[in-house]
Design a protein around this ligand. Sequence first.
Ligand SMILES: Cc1cc2nc3c(=O)[nH]c(=O)nc-3n(C[C@H](O)[C@H](O)[C@H](O)COP(=O)(O)O)c2cc1C
Length: 167
Amino acid sequence: MSEKMVKGFLVSKTDTKGKITYCNDAFVEISGFCENELIGKPHSIVRHPDMPRAVFAYLWEHITKGREVNVYVKNLAKNGDFYWVFVNVTPSFDARGQIIGYYSVRREPSREGVQKIGELYAKMCQAESSGGIKAGAQVFGEFFENLGACYEDFVMHLQVGEKLADK
Ligand SMILES: Cc1cc2nc3c(=O)[nH]c(=O)nc-3n(C[C@H](O)[C@H](O)[C@H](O)COP(=O)(O)O)c2cc1C
């Protein structure tokens, strides 16, 4: 299966459970689905099996607390092709401060980021195949502990092609 390159911004919105409520034309096009096959479906419709479960647990842990998150994600197209994205997910709030859904914008990731994160995710998936999500989360935690940086700092630096200071 071949890799697709992301052009522009791939936008989607979900309800609080992660069901798709909106996607832009670029998102629809790269996914290979029709818009009506996406709207109302769980966002995991584009989930690639190479993605560790612990990464999505990390994503949901942030957004359900009202925080934004930036994550490298490998997505699956309808025909089996894949595409890497650097996604920013933010909660949307009502006037009383309650979360009413989530908004996400994906862009082309850096190739160095895909390389490094791809290696980490492969180790996490391997751990998860025998030890479940807990084992994946442990690999994730140990990687950043050894690095002396958090995932957020790591990916933001990778994305702009900077090295982490003194690491
Ligand atoms: C706004 C938003 C955007 C998301 N974008 C993606 C995405 O591009 N790819 C993906 O696999 N999961 C995405 N997710 C996470 C999915 O909701 C889900 O947690 C993930 O696909 C794992 O699904 P599973 O737990 O059913 O295996 C997104 C979630 C939200 C709230």
